[in-house]
Design a protein around this ligand. Structure first.
Ligand code: PAF
Length: 282
């Protein structure tokens, strides 16, 4: 696996691949790789002859400077983890490559980026949309893999790829979970032992709420109970706990598929998100 740090170096390589008729898949990441990311690399391999993993901790998507400062930077161990997964390139641009002096463009997706994490983290999805657009163009990708754990992000990226006529096909991949159900996330590393032991309650709460909605319970009551359950387990504040349609992330009325429960809640100073599809009863 080659490590490439410049746009020009990357372009030389992608041009040679294109000449050879090879397809390119990209897995955009901010590093601190875990099995969730690695599953995206495996999925990427099934779609293209060439796989690029990008590693860039994007300052524009952090609305909180402390969060940016605390974000783990683990390039060496990330490269070591990727080695057995068959990525061709780890692309690690620096801030000047991505946002050179004079950079003045912002990609802003309305609709699906509003509410949920968009409300709790102002500017976050503009930062994501801007960097993802640049990464898709820089890597010349035919397909790009995104985890469903960040479901709102996935829908924002799908929207921008369609609206900007990008050639890249956006593929959502299932959330990878720890054995106890906690969705894998780089943020889990920040949980102390006691909080880590408590964190699976998020997934348990979503699963119970999903069952009730499937059985026809009133959505508002289910959401209120689920929020109480999280707070009783020591999580808080709960930024949101919602039942939304997949397509436009607007409130869903049960039973209304495809739709899912989405949550963001704080545990021990760490903001955790998760979501769960409410499959129709059947
Ligand atoms: O999901 C992430 O890690 C980031 O938001 C992404 C898509 C790599 C953009 O910086």
């Amino acid at each position: 696996m080659q490590i490439i740090r410049t746009k020009s170096g990357l372009r030389a390589l992608t041009t040679s691949w294109r000449r050879a008729g090879e397809r390119i898949a990209v897995v955009p990441t901010m590093g601190a790789l875990h099995d969730g990311h690695l599953s995206l690399v495996t999925a990427a391999r099934a779609h293209a002859e060439r796989v690029i993993v990008t590693l860039f901790v994007n300052p524009r998507q952090f609305n909180n400077p402390e969060d940016l400062a605390k974000y783990p930077r683990t390039e060496q161990s990330d490269a070591a983890k990727l080695a057995p997964f068959g990525a061709d390139v780890l692309y690690v641009p620096d801030g000047d490559q991505m946002y050179p002096q004079g950079f003045a463009t912002n990609i802003s997706v309305s609709g699906v980026s509003e509410g949920l994490c968009g409300a709790a983290r102002p500017g976050h999805f503009d930062g994501v949309a801007t960097v993802v657009t640049k990464l898709l163009i820089q890597t010349d990708a035919d397909v790009a893999m995104f985890g469903e754990k960040d479901f709102q992000q996935l829908q924002v990226v799908r929207r921008l790829a369609e609206d900007l006529d990008l050639k890249t096909r956006i593929i959502g991949c299932p959330t990878v979970r720890e054995a106890d159900g906690l969705a894998m996330s780089s943020r889990n590393l920040r949980l102390g032992d006691e909080s880590r032991a408590r964190a699976p309650v998020i997934r348990q709460t979503l699963a119970q709420a999903a069952d009730r909605i499937r059985q026809g319970a009133q959505v508002a009551a289910v959401l209120a109970d689920a929020g109480d359950q999280l707070r009783a387990a020591g999580l808080g504040p709960v930024d949101y706990l919602e039942y939304r349609r997949d397509s436009d992330l607007q409130p869903a009325a049960a039973p209304d598929a495809p739709a899912r429960l989405l949550v963001a809640a704080w545990l021990d100073g760490v903001r955790l998100i998760d979501n769960l599809e409410v499959a129709p009863a059947g």
